[in-house]
Every structure is written in C-alpha cells, then in structure tokens.
Design a protein around this ligand. Structure first.
Ligand code: PLP
Length: 403
C-alpha cells in the first residue's frame, strides 16, 4: 500500500478545485503594524496586512509585551503542566476573574484556544444532559460543529439567523428534553449579527440553554468590550458566553463564562480542558493586560468602527462589490475559488497588499471572497492604496464590479 499516494491524491483534489492553501511567510515588526515583511522566492518584500484578526493591533501593545516579558523572567516560558498538575499560576486565576467580570458572569474557564473551548464545552455540556437536543445555526464555526458532533447528541440545524425555523424545531422537540441553542454573535465571514434577544426569548419560552460564541465581538463591541451581548445589554440572558484571547485581545487562548456550577462541571469533567498543558505564563500575562487595557479604552472601539465604515464607503465608491456587513468585517465578493486565489496573488506580488483568499470550506462554494479587516492602524492613505490596488486587480481579471 502506497500511503503517500493517498495523501498526494487528497492534496491534488484540493489543487484541482483551486483552493490549495499557501501560507504567507510574514515578519511583523512591533510599532510598524500593519506593515510587515513577506519572504517569498528568496527575497524580502514589504506588505500591508489587511486580513489580520488582531483587530485592534493589540498583539503589539507595549504594556502587554512588558507584561509577557516580565512573566517570562519571573515564572519562565512554560506552564509546566495541566491546570490540575502544577500548571495553575496566579496569573491564570487573575485572568479567569477578569474574563468572568468582562461578561458579568460568576465564573470563567481558560482553554488553550477558542476552538478547543467550543469543541470541549459544547460536547461536554450535551453529554452531561441525557437526551439533550442541540439546535445549531447553519453558519456556525467549525469548532462548534465539531462540538455538536463530539457530543453524540441529537442535532437540529436551523437556517442562518432564522428564528422562525428555530422556533418550529424547538416546538417539535419533546417538551421535557434538555435543549441547547448554539450560535455566534458576529459571523466572521459575512459580518452579520445574530438576533440574540429573539433567540433568548425562544430559549425562555422552550426552556432551552443558550451558548453564544462571541469570538469576533469580544473587545470590539459593548462599552467595556464584552461583545454584542454587552452592547445589547443581554449578557445575563445567555447561559454560556464563549470568547477568544487570540483576536481583538491579540494573544492566544479561549474561554467560557457562565454560572459557577456550570463552569465547575466543565472544569471537573471535560477532557479537552483536563488533559492538556495550560497556556504559558507570558501569554496569560499578556492576555490579562490586553483584556484590562481593551476594557478601559473604548476609544479603540470607536476608531475601529470608524475605520471599517470608512473602508466600506471607499470601496463601494470605487464600484467594488462590497458585501453587506453590519460590523467591522469588510467582505468583497469574487464568487470563484481560482479567481479569488489569483486576485490575492496579484495583490501580494504586484501591490504589496496581503489579503488571504476565503474559499470553501470556510464559506459556501460560489461565495468565495476577499475578507478585509481594517484596524485602527489602517489610515486613509493605506485605504486609498488598497482601493486602487483592488480596482487594478478587478480590471486585470475582469471581475464583476458592483451591480
Ligand atoms: C477563530 C474562531 C474560533 C476559534 O478561536 P481560536 O482562539 O482562534 O481557536 C471560534 N469561533 C469562531 C467563530 C472563530 O472565528
């Protein structure tokens, strides 16, 4: 048996669909974000990063760098174990307190990533409740889909943000069955927002729990950066709020927040939490500093929204097919995986603009796009350069302009 032939065939299939992924080799420089150096073909090329999920540039926040440096020098670079076996530092305790406070919940639990927090928590909660039915939005992130799958529970998928269909599904489920509704606040590929209050109303009516992924909203919405649930003043109606430290908070790690009993149950039984070495002290220190910083610097959020709005207007005025988005995400429609990849290659090689193509399975086939994420550090001049570059590429490839 030629095992490698199977692996090559799998990669060839991806190639043939035009969605083979190439990672850009980037070197950012603190103080210079969003500028970076891209190494390719044995040379160094200056580029502007337009697709980072470090939405506020907090990855280079000087006070977080100082906190990480001090933690490394004080505690070392590794955590040395799982939380149960010597891995819990005082910084972990402080960070979880801070995160619980961010969402106004009794408790928080730190995971090694947002992905792990979703997969582990959703699967564990549903397993703990025999007969549990999970109601899951059709556009949920892969980590939530994995969690639903790994729970082994019965699942009902409702059309994206469709509360009427969600209600039908809730209504047709046995009245006494435990129910869990899993959804996101900001959907990161379209930039739209869930009708959270309506979903909470349904949860009340049918006695269901709610699990909200705020990964693309924490740090960015709400007066203290507690996400859309804070902005809309409904965090107390959500059973579990999940977030990441890897996007607006600029570091790494994921977390859940909820009631003390729920969090204690996950802490005590979830293998994805128990059997893995916890986040290293320098990262925990940086995350703690950035969460505190972002909570108290609302002007970052104001500027972030203003920049996103400015870019949407600029690209729309240039005739580019900007997809409707009510958030900081600026998707531009391409509709073909090969052209999408080609467009981003030209942007990188001829214009020094780095945007990763977004192809299937991240988005449905036929909706391939560029996903642009302006930060407070992308100024008007960079935006003008981007608009010019995009227009040039649209002409080169004869892509469709806005209707
Ligand atoms: C990125 C992402 C995650 C995973 O978070 P990480 O901390 O990067 O693992 C979870 N949910 C959504 C919606 C995401 O986009």
């Amino acid at each position: 048996m030629d095992y490698d032939a199977h692996f090559r065939a799998a990669v060839n299939a991806v190639h043939n669909e035009g969605r083979y992924r190439v990672f850009a080799d980037l070197a950012r420089k603190v103080g210079d974000f969003p500028h970076a150096i891209n190494r390719r073909d044995g040379k160094e090329h200056p580029v502007v990063i337009w697709c980072s999920n470090d939405y506020l540039g907090m990855g280079q926040n000087p006070s977080a760098i100082a906190a990480a440096t001090e933690a490394a020098q004080t505690y070392g670079v590794g955590s040395g174990g799982t939380r149960n076996i010597s891995g819990t530092t005082h910084l972990h305790v402080l960070l979880e307190k801070e995160l619980a406070g961010l969402h106004g919940k009794e408790s928080a639990l730190l995971f090694t990533s947002g992905f792990v927090s979703n997969d582990t928590t959703i699967s564990t909660v549903a397993k703990m409740l025999p007969g549990c039915i999970i109601f899951s939005d059709a556009m949920n992130h892969a980590s939530m889909i994995d969690g639903v799958r790994h729970s082994g529970a019965e699942k009902k998928i409702f059309r994206h943000n469709d509360t009427a269909q969600l209600e039908e599904l809730l209504q047709s489920a046995p009245k006494d069955a435990p129910k869990l509704i899993v959804f996101e606040s900001v959907y990161s590929m379209d930039g739209d927002i869930a009708p959270i209050a309506d979903i909470c109303d349904l949860a009340d009516k049918y006695n269901a729990m709610t699990y909200l992924d705020e990964v693309h909203a924490v740090g960015l919405y709400g007066h203290g950066g507690g996400g859309i649930s804070e902005r809309d003043n409904i965090a107390d109606r959500i059973t579990i709020i999940e977030g990441t430290l890897a996007k607006a908070f600029g570091t790494m790690g994921g977390y859940i927040t909820g009631s003390a009993s729920l969090v204690d149950a996950i802490r005590s039984t979830a293998s994805g939490f128990i059997f893995t070495t916890t986040v290293a002290p320098p990262v925990v220190a940086a995350a703690l500093e950035n969460v505190r910083y972002v909570r108290t610097h609302n002007e970052l959020r104001v500027r972030h929204q203003e920049r996103a709005q400015a870019l949407k207007l600029k690209l729309t005025a240039a005739g580019l097919p900007v997809m409707p988005s009510s958030t900081h995400i600026v998707p531009v429609f391409v509709g073909d995986p090969v052209l999408c990849k080609r467009a981003t290659d030209i942007l990188l090689e001829q214009h020094g603009v780095y945007i990763q193509p977004i192809n299937y399975p991240t988005v449905p086939k036929g909706t391939e796009r560029l996903r642009i994420t302006p930060t407070p550090l992308h100024d008007d001049q960079l935006m003008n350069q981007l608009a010019d570059a995009l227009c040039a590429v649209w002409r080169d490839l004869e892509l469709e302009l806005a209707a």
